[in-house]
Design a protein around this ligand. Sequence first.
Ligand code: DQA
Length: 149
Amino acid sequence: MSKILVLNGPNLNLLGTRQPEVYGSTTLAMVEANCIAHGEKLGLSVTCHQSNHEGALVDAIHEARTTHAGIVLNAGAYTHTSIALMDAIASAELPVVEVHLSNIHAREAFRHRSYIAPVALGQIAGFGAQGYLMALDALKVHLSESGAE
Ligand code: DQA
């Protein structure tokens, strides 16, 4: 069974209580449990990790390179700043689906730029916690079509 890493970046540990009008009321624990359950339905083994630290996220991507078949990544604010994360994804040579709970393109101008998007398979933004499950669906189709599983 293909392993998928669901990786969340800074401040996403506060999901559920953090600006619920923007990010919804689903907690990170619920998001992760839903991803694991949805993965089981798709025949994917989902593992989850969250860090508030850029270097720890880079490390997690490097580790996934040899252990996982793909990554669902919500890099939080590092999306808009981190060349290090962009380089880590490019080096990992793994399919990455970028997820945002909010529609970053309908928000402040500084959120419109993503350093993840150019190295990602695609981006899902604006569908709240459902976006993570959509990302798993997209990865499943990609892995099947590319003959990776
Ligand atoms: C976010 C959008 C980012 O702009 C923001 O910094 C976050 C969360 C989202 O999921 O909508 O932390 O990635």
